[in-house]
Design a protein around this ligand. Structure first.
Ligand code: FAD
Length: 264
């Protein structure tokens, strides 16, 4: 299917994009980044924005930067750029997790900021952000603000971001040398049915596919206890009992992988 008619705008700066979003507020403007989720939704007429504000060519929004203990990832950085980056032992979990994100063509266009803003509860970036206490940096008419990942995801495809705000950066504030992600999807490249992230240094488990937002457990008990403690409903093709069994297996698997890593 083709999308409904819309007007295309190309922003050349974050400020310019924010101004466009503000000016066009009455006509449902949407930010376009990698287009890997938004364009599909437009083609299926699940989204019918009147205006697209393309931020894809704004300089300075892409790149990965070490800042003391923290890692700062620009919103337009692609999944593939993170996959290929040498982030060292402190943040290798981020590069490694990218292998689970769609297929290569999706990873070469899809962006970190787009994933976070899209807020699919099984998306790897959403899970990693919650697991590792990332901070989402956004810019809007009122200036710049920082939103803790734990307060950012409000529900399915719903975030604390205002309609006129742009994610500019995602900041992972502390090293996570003993973190790992494990997941299961029926076909390679599909969204996970269940994903489990663990960080042994904080005793945290974050789960995708078990709620409307990534679920963080801290401290988390043994894998069986984590699985048994979840309130799950049957879903088409993924009954609650099946997902509970996946949680148990994937938490064990992620912990085994993380446990094999050295500190620092
Ligand atoms: C077949 C297929 C399989 C996929 N599998 C996976 C998977 O396994 N795991 C996974 O995580 N993802 C998967 N994806 C989605 C992919 O990761 C997308 O890249 C990502 O969800 C959105 O990033 P984008 O840059 O393409 O954003 P877009 O599609 O351009 O935008 C998505 C949404 O975010 C908003 N937005 C984008 N950037 C910003 C910003 N900087 N600030 C504020 N709002 C913004 C847009 O307005 C829109 O609402 C898959 C996609 C496809 C088509």
């Amino acid at each position: 299917m083709k999308p409904a008619a819309f007007t295309y705008h190309r922003a050349s700066s974050v400020r310019g994009a924010v101004e466009l979003l503000t000016e066009l507020a009455d006509d449902d403007p949407k930010i376009l980044a990698g287009g890997q989720s938004l364009v599909a939704m437009m083609n299926y007429r699940m989204a019918r924005p009147g205006h697209l504000v393309d931020i894809g060519r704004i300089p300075g929004l892409s790149g990965i930067r070490r800042d003391g203990d923290a890692l700062r990832i620009g919103a337009l950085t692609t999944h593939h750029a993170v996959e290929r980056a040498d982030l060292g032992p402190d943040f290798r979990v981020l590069s490694e997790a990218m292998r689970w994100v769609g297929h290569l063509p999706i990873r070469t266009r899809g962006t970190v900021g787009g994933s976070i803003a899209h807020a699919d509860a099984t998306a790897e970036w959403c899970l990693l952000a919650v697991l590792l206490d990332a901070v989402v940096v956004a810019e809007g008419p009122g200036g710049r603000r920082e939103i803790a990942a734990g307060e950012f995801f409000l529900g399915p495809f719903s975030t604390a971001l205002g309609a006129d705000e742009i994610v500019t950066e995602v900041v992972f504030g502390r090293p996570a040398p003993r973190a790992a992600l494990a997941e299961y999807a029926d076909r390679r490249g599909d969204f996970a049915i269940v994903a489990a992230g663990v960080d042994l240094d904080t005793g945290s488990v974050a789960l995708g596919g078990v709620g409307t937002v990534p679920v963080l457990l801290r401290p988390a008990g043994p894998a069986a206890e984590v699985a048994d403690g979840l309130t799950l409903r049957d879903e088409p093709g993924a009954p609650a009992a099946y997902r509970r069994a996946l949680v148990r297996t994937l938490v064990e698997r992620a912990r085994a992988e993380a446990g094999g890593r050295r500190h620092g």
